[in-house]
Design a protein around this ligand. Structure first.
Ligand SMILES: [Zn+2]
Length: 595
């Protein structure tokens, strides 16, 4: 760990830097401020009086300063080291890793002085889950030729239905383009095709429609151009396939549009997976959901006398119609199911305002990761140090920071470590569907999933796509701290739909989700991008996501400080954060708030 500045609290610099246009002056004032701090509050005010022009900033700075001191690189690292240790076995729900994780986190919440977050007096919300181990077989027959697929190198397949065997026999195969029905864009890939009982094959992401004026770009008016909409997510594709009555939905993997290589699909799916164990045993979802590799898809389509590239091209038109393939699918999935209780861990800091204390701001980070794979050679443990021991460590430190405020914020603040995010945001989904405090009184969810471990940056990335007023608050906080909020640099990845806050958003709660910056102080210009690319390619969802002695968590602290400020402002503010017009979730929120 190397805190480059040598300051124990990276919080001061930002406040002073904001007050001054000159970097040198800021550094000078920071040193001076720290010296004065030891002398007393009056002097602090004087120094601030010199350095700043706005009294409001002085007051805010003074009020937040003791809290921000609780957020430190060493503090973060200490939590990460424990949560990501081999002893925690990769933190799979329902394992010894869960026991150790939920105990550690709830002990921390208790020690910090949070109250039990569950009104039943505990720090836990029980989440009924089922673990499913699948042994899938999949083959396509074309004429008298059979194409057997190799699991998991060629395909993955599973079912969320809680039954011991799933069989799809001799099912017609239909290519349905992107598999999207989006009335607001006048788009319907299914047209009136009857796909009941059939196996549908589709492309990942949302339709990539070129701009009529400049075909080298995507049309901003359709599916938000380059950005991914919810229609591009695999979860959506399986949901609509179920509504259409298909038996199996098979997504053709492509690295670019999926935003991750097939190896990520393989390691995430070819293992025990989890579902919420609903009373109906999930009978309402699609029987088989599957991915196949692009190579297998090309081969299958060629056998059927079709060409993948030509089909893909035809799918970017509103006129596209499903294409029946002269192939039959045979899929058999043997499932070992075990039901168990997993847990969201939740702590609460009561608001100080009698009228507002039953309104809530919530911070979330998932504690779970991918567990261990005994069949792997050598290292078998998915330590998930960045994903997401780092986020949980951040939430623990945020909780500690909030308890240092005197008085506490007007509204109550909830701190939650969710389970089973990696299996499809299940802990967050369960909370959102069974909230312990009403969602219409929940002002915001601020979610942390991975932090920047490579030092300080001038920027912070807005992965919430500027879709609510929370993003404006973040921009203001960043500016106040001499930093800059930058737009999502890869909106095509659909990051907003891929982490826990999305389950809150789906039900209307505005959410904030950020990524570490890329513009590193004192590093070459391409350093940030390089580090991100390296993580995605070599460590994301791999056993190598481990604590690295070269980390510098001072940048993570900068970012958490900003999330602290935004949460604080919401918890103390005059009004509820709101979705901006045109966002997918605004009408849902408006409806809930009217009730
Ligand atoms: Zn994660």
């Amino acid at each position: 760990m190397n805190n480059q500045t040598g300051w124990s609290n990276p919080g001061y610099g930002r406040l002073i830097a904001e007050a001054s246009q000159s970097g040198d002056l800021a550094a000078f004032t920071e040193r001076r401020y720290r010296r004065e701090m030891k002398i007393g509050c009056c002097l602090v005010a004087m120094v601030f009086g010199v350095a700043t022009s706005s009294l409001a900033v002085d007051e805010l700075a003074l009020r937040l300063q003791p809290a921000l001191e609780a957020i430190t690189p060493d503090g973060l690292l200490a939590h990460i080291k424990i949560l990501a240790s081999d002893e925690f076995e990769g933190r799979a729900p329902g394992t010894k890793g869960e026991e150790l994780s939920v105990k550690y986190i709830s002990d921390q919440f208790k020690q910090i002085g949070l109250k039990p977050g569950n009104p039943d007096g505990s720090y836990m919300q029980e989440v009924p889950l089922a673990g499913i181990k699948s042994e899938p077989r999949m083959a396509f027959s074309v004429g008298d030729k059979t194409i057997e697929l190799k699991y998991p190198d060629d395909f993955v397949a599973s079912s969320a239905r809680l039954q011991p065997e799933i069989r799809v026999n001799n099912s017609d195969v239909v290519f349905v383009g992107y598999g999207v029905v989006a009335p607001e864009y006048g788009w319907d890939d299914y047209k009136n095709a009857d796909v009941r009982g059939k196996t549908i094959l589709m492309l990942i992401n949302d339709p990539a429609i070129p701009d009529p004026k400049d075909p080298s770009k995507l049309d901003d008016k359709m599916f938000k151009g380059k950005a991914m909409t919810y229609y591009g997510r695999w979860t959506y594709k399986y949901e609509i396939a179920a509504q259409k009555g298909a038996a199996a939905a098979v997504i053709i993997h492509e690295t670019g549009p999926a935003a991750y290589p097939y190896s990520v699909v393989k390691s995430s799916w070819a293992k025990e997976n989890y579902e919420v164990d609903a009373p109906n045993k999930n009978k309402d979802v699609i029987e088989v959901r599957s991915w196949i590799t692009l190579d297998v898809a090309r081969k299958l389509l060629a056998e059927c006398g079709q060409d993948f590239d030509a089909l893909k091209k035809s799918a970017i038109s509103k006129e596209f119609r499903p294409v029946g393939l002269n192939a039959k699918a045979n899929i058999d999935i043997k499932q070992q199911i075990h039901s168990f209780k997993s847990h969201n861990v939740i702590g609460k800091l009561d608001g100080s305002d009698r009228k507002l204390q039953d309104e809530y701001v919530i911070y979330t980070a998932h504690w779970d990761h991918l567990g261990r794979h005994p069949e792997l050679q050598g290292d078998q443990i998915f330590n998930g140090a960045i994903d997401n021991a780092s986020g949980v460590a951040s939430v623990i430190q945020l909780a500690a920071a909030f308890t240092k405020l005197n008085p506490p914020p007007k509204r109550s603040v909830l701190f939650m470590a969710t389970t089973a995010e990696e299996a499809g945001l299940l802990g967050a989904k369960f909370y959102a569907e069974h909230p312990l405090y009403p969602l219409e009184k929940t002002l915001a969810d601020i979610n942390i999933d991975t932090v920047n471990p490579w030092g300080k940056t001038r920027d912070i990335e807005d992965l919430s796509d500027n879709n609510s007023t929370l993003d404006d608050m973040l921009a203001t906080a960043a500016k106040r701290n001499g930093r800059q909020m930058t737009p999502n640099s890869q909106p095509e990845k659909g990051s907003f739909y891929r982490a826990d806050h999305f389950e809150f958003s789906k039900l209307g709660v505005p959410a904030l989700y950020t990524g570490g910056g890329k513009d590193f102080i004192g590093k070459p210009a391409d350093f940030g991008q390089q580090k991100k690319d390296d993580y995605t390619a070599h460590h994301y969802h791999q056993v190598s996501d481990e604590v690295n002695p070269e980390w510098d968590l001072s940048g993570a602290v900068q970012d958490i400080d900003l999330l602290f400020e935004v949460g604080y402002q919401v918890a103390n503010g005059d009004k509820f954060p709101e979705w901006k017009s045109g966002t997918e979730f605004k009408s849902k929120r408006d409806k809930t708030m009217k009730k």
